[in-house]
Design a protein around this ligand. Structure first.
Ligand code: ADP
Length: 476
């Protein structure tokens, strides 16, 4: 498996290699382009210098012209009245240059020198122009590796034929040096950048390595209370550690919840089972059991088994709510309210509670009727259960784009400290006091879960010993 570090390093080096190659290519190309203009500029400027010297210093010895000007990389050949008077190259090289630019072959040159009869100057001028016509380009003559300027002029009754030019091979050599410098310097830059890149990549990737090591250590301990060490890098790694720690906290609290739930659940299941077992033992050990005693025991056992059924029914409902996809339909709130009243009417009458109704007709809410019944019924039965005297008010009405439902009782109320906990699974405010009342502490957690799933907001306000109000805002 290749590490991210290697992958990053490879992509980084490939990128800088490509960029530097491109830069080298472009600079070499530009230098090449520049080379030609530079050669021509050099010829031009040297020729101007030459002319200035001739016209300004009248007594100049033309044979020593190289003392007055820089002729490096250039060749200068001067004929005075068809006689070679100056060359800055060796005799052999001069002949070779002249041959190559097809001036004369050696013999011709020698003949030319010995020729006593002077050509007519203008004839010679035309002859040379004619000769090099095919090689002329922008005033320069190009023959093989030579680029030169041919000038003919008269000065102090003397005719001068001047060849000033450049041997491309000289320049090629100096440009080869430049190319090598470009390539080597780019190679050096590449190496420096690669080393720097490697250091930077290492620095950037290191926190990830540390995170991985810590994660491996966490995996081995399987201790959910452990967290990754915070690293104030102020970048994505810090966010990663932060998110991971939050995720661990969530997992820890979920696992805690599951543990708590299974311990509470087994406790809740064991209580009725213990009662049933006790009753059976009692009967088994008695020799004479009257009919009434038997009926009493059976009724107790029946009560407990009903509790068990209720607990299991609620467990199943909770697990269904966790995994089932719930569909929003329209449910008639007023219809569900009246059905719930019917179910609780007996208990309400038994306690002599007053039932006040402020229920509007035709209130359609975005809910599933089956689950809406569970919610309304739970709230109403709680209100009955926890109210000794007074009244229970049921209100429902449309408000803006929502429908509000309220259950208001004048019961025992809930203390401030408990109010946030009543929606937790198995939470019962006062275990000792409420054990006499039926209930296992799952009703409100089911109500809350259903409301969350149907995006309805449930709120509770209560005053101890005065009464409690549960309010639900439904989507219309
Ligand atoms: P239970 O089965 O105990 O009724 P719930 O989940 O329905 O469980 O309610 C949790 C706790 O909230 C109850 O035990 C009770 O202490 C408190 N409670 C719920 N409704 C009311 C109410 N209308 N008035 C006072 N206390 C209430």
């Amino acid at each position: 498996m290749k590490s991210i570090k290697h992958k990053l390093f490879i992509s980084y080096t490939i990128t800088i290699f490509l960029i530097l190659s491109l830069l080298s290519g472009v600079s070499i190309y530009l230098f090449k382009q520049n080379k030609e203009t530079k050669s021509l500029e050099l010829i031009d400027s040297t020729y101007l210098q030459f002319e200035d010297l001739l016209y300004e210093k009248k007594n100049i010895n033309i044979k020593e012209i190289d003392k007055y000007m820089d002729l490096s990389n250039l060749f200068l050949i001067i004929f005075e009245n068809d006689k070679l008077v100056f060359t800055n190259e060796s005799r052999f090289k001069t002949l070779r240059i002249l041959e190559e630019i097809e001036y004369e072959n050696k013999e011709a040159y020698e003949d030319h020198r010995d020729d006593e009869d002077h050509h007519e100057w203008h004839k010679r001028k035309d002859e040379l122009k004619n000769k090099y016509r095919d090689f002329y380009d922008d005033g320069y003559i190009e023959i093989d590796d030579y680029v030169f300027e041919l000038n003919l002029f008269e000065l102090n009754d003397k005719e001068y034929e001047v060849y000033l030019g450049i041997d491309d091979r000289y320049l090629d050599q100096s440009f080869d040096d430049i190319y090598m410098t470009i390539i080597f310097s780019n190679l050096a830059i590449f190496l420096i950048l690669a080393i720097l890149g490697n250091i930077l990549i290492n620095r950037t990737i290191n926190p990830l390595k540390l995170i991985l090591e810590e994660l491996k250590a966490l995996q081995e301990t399987s201790d959910l209370s452990k967290r990754l060490k915070e690293n104030k890098t102020n970048d994505e790694f810090e966010q990663l550690i932060d998110s991971f720690n939050k995720m661990l906290s969530n997992i820890e609290s979920s696992v805690e919840n599951i543990k708590q739930f299974s311990s509470d659940a087994s406790h809740e299941l064991r209580t009725p089972l213990t009662v049933i077992q006790g009753e059976i033992e009692l009967i088994r050990n008695k020799e004479d059991v009257s009919k009434e005693q038997l009926a009493q025991v059976i009724s107790k056992i029946d009560n407990e088994q009903k509790k068990l059924q209720e607990i299991i029914k609620n467990f199943l409902l909770l697990s269904r709510l966790d995994k089932e996809a719930l569909k929003h339909k329209t449910a008639s709130l007023d219809k569900v309210i009246f059905e719930a009243i019917e179910l609780n009417l007996e208990a309400i009458e038994e306690k002599g509670l007053e039932l006040k109704l402020e229920v509007d007709d035709n209130l359609e809410v975005s809910f599933d009727e089956k689950y809406l019944s569970i919610v309304v019924n739970n709230l109403l039965s709680n209100a009955v259960k926890y109210t000794k005297e007074g009244s229970i008010t049921l209100k429902s009405k449309k408000e803006a784009n929502k429908i509000v439902f309220e259950v208001i009782d004048t019961g025992i109320g809930i203390k401030k400290d408990d109010i946030n906990k009543i929606f937790e699974r198995f939470y019962r405010v006062d275990k000792a006091r409420t054990t006499t009342k039926n209930g296992i502490g799952l009703g409100l957690s089911i109500v809350k879960k259903i409301c969350d799933r149907f995006e309805a907001k449930i709120k509770v306000s209560s005053e101890h010993e005065i009464g409690t109000t549960f309010r639900i805002d439904f989507k219309a």
